[in-house]
Design a protein around this ligand. Structure first.
Ligand SMILES: [Zn+2]
Length: 144
């Protein structure tokens, strides 16, 4: 239970961080800026203000691009009963951890599949009819 809550918190750490930064910016914007801004703007040359504005816009665009790239890399799709990333690397359907122990497992299902170390479970690759399919066939069908 505690592990599940921890995993949920870790998966939403970016959202929580953005929310906290947003709340801080809102507080600064409402409470601190009104008395300070006229004094600052009166003493700063307009070229410096424009340079800071341009720098801020460039940094925000760069940050947006980085966030979009990271989100695109982390996006998983479901195929054959398991998750796959954009590079067709399999991930566990329960914990979304990367799967790498592909082998023939006699226990449980008796077939080829993965063993998720984190969950301690056998994970089979299954087609639409529920039949186990080998990894090379799944990869070929993913690329098709
Ligand atoms: Zn797992």
């Amino acid at each position: 239970m505690i592990q599940k809550i921890k995993d949920q918190l870790l998966s939403h750490v970016v959202t929580i961080g953005i929310g906290m930064v947003g709340a801080l910016l809102l507080f600064v914007g409402k409470e601190v800026l009104p008395p300070v801004l006229p004094v600052l703007l009166g003493k700063m040359p307009s070229r410096a203000i424009l340079a800071l504005l341009a720098l801020s816009i460039i940094l925000n665009i760069a940050l947006l691009v980085i966030v979009l790239l990271v989100r695109k890399q982390q996006r998983l799709k479901v195929m054959f009963g398991i998750y796959w990333d954009s590079d067709n690397v399999p991930h566990c359907p329960s914990c979304k951890s990367m799967l790498c122990n592909y082998d023939y497992y006699r226990s449980d299902y008796g077939g080829f599949g993965f063993y998720c170390i984190k969950c301690g479970k056998f994970v089979a690759i299954q087609d639409e009819s529920g039949q186990n399919i080998p990894l090379p066939e799944a990869l070929a069908r993913l690329k098709a």
